[in-house]
Design a protein. Structure first.
Length: 101
């Protein structure tokens, strides 16, 4: 596999103790991972990698999704529509302003 051009990180709220806490986990951010992965494949974005993370410390704006290397932090990503808006922007080379932190 080649090094990806984009990396999407989805906060899963895990803490060093291993216990999931926080808004992202309670809002089931982990359930979006298969959806995001399938959307990436359907859109032909082979150079995009998706990962879950430990707590990103933006609990009040959770669920949180980060796109690197662009350093775009998105909050309140709590639906497939929100994910689609962010992926549309990623494809277009723009920013999904309504979710930007």
């Amino acid at each position: 596999m080649k090094k990806p051009k984009k990396h999407i990180m989805v906060c899963a709220s895990f803490r060093p103790s291993g216990e999931p806490k926080g808004k992202c986990h309670r809002k089931e951010s982990g359930a979006f991972l298969p959806y995001i992965e399938n959307e990436i494949l359907d859109r032909g974005l082979e150079d995009v990698l998706v990962s879950s993370t430990c707590c990103l410390k933006y609990c009040d704006q959770g669920p949180v999704m980060v796109v690197y290397p662009d350093n775009l932090w998105y909050g309140n990503v709590d639906s497939e529509d929100a994910v689609d808006t962010i992926l549309d922007a990623l494809e277009d080379g723009t920013v999904a302003g309504e979710y930007l932190l």
